[in-house]
Design a protein around this ligand. Sequence first.
Ligand code: EPS
Length: 346
Amino acid sequence: MFEKFRFLTSGESHGKCLTAIIEGLPSGLNIDVEFINSELKRRQQGYGRGGRMSIESDTVEITSGVRFGKTIGSPVTLVIYNKDYENWQKIMSIKPEDETDEKSFTAYRPGHADYAGSIKYNHKDLRNVLERSSARKTAIEVAVGAVAKLLLKHYGITCTSKILQIGSCKAEDEFRTEIDRAKELGDTLGGKFEITYVNLPVGLGSYVHWDRGLDGRIAQSVMSIPAVKSVSIGDGENACGISGKDFHDEIFIENGKITRKTNHAGGIEGGMTNGEELVVRAVMKPIPTLKTPLATVDSKNMTETTAHFERSDTCAVEACSVVAEARIACVLVNEIMLKYPADYIE
Ligand code: EPS
């Protein structure tokens, strides 16, 4: 999917650090480290987050690809150190002689990657699954997305996001009460959010092959955020309840320019941007780590039990929207670099 702007990330939730290597940025792009850190801060905030966020104060270190504040065309490496690693050094040690059962667990947590992940990678200790499947890795993804956003900003492309729903509540002034209530009950809440990107050129993405459609690429990038269970473009989630006459955005001319009065399509027609605002909505399921334990099975002796509880968030929908902004930014930068290839920014 990422042909021109590519990146890989690594790192465990309680390991030493999270790392990303980005390739495909043009040289000469101003890298505003403060902006990257402010995006990391946004991901850590939001009402309903848990204990880990009071330990971490995520900041990025750039170890390659940038000189005197600008990219130089070589791969850019980003690192975020996990402060909590200090408390986990022995448990997360890479040395065979340090092997320990401390913090091991064998009861699958329903809703997490534990069951399928342990079978796939043949792990007895489910911690080996938890550590990489944790949403902690979204911190470094937000850092990569912030770099992508810097390139988008250069072209005047910006984004906003808003929370549409927390649990079953759609009234913004009641979101916090809803989260407090869930916390008191030892429960968790999901929600729905909307991301809007403006100023996109017409024709990002393509209709020529199924895997070139921008809507499909965006859906993949947002759907694979931990806990996201549904993604739609524009009014997509309601499209079945509206007739063709009312759904499609008619085309007019105003001051000699193509214009629309509605945007049900969310800025994408035929898998391509059509110049309207790009609108993406997504639903995050309730976080699956609950204080009130869910029924499960212990893989050690195949007996029924209740799930392991490790500290968790009550609600992370706001953080999730920041991660979605970042993932979409990466998809858009890749499309821009495909359409307007450039080795240097000028
Ligand atoms: C997260 C870090 C994690 C969790 C949460 C998100 O840290 P810890 O496991 O040490 O509390 O707070 O991730 C999950 C609950 C999960 O299952 O992925 C973060 O940095 O966003």
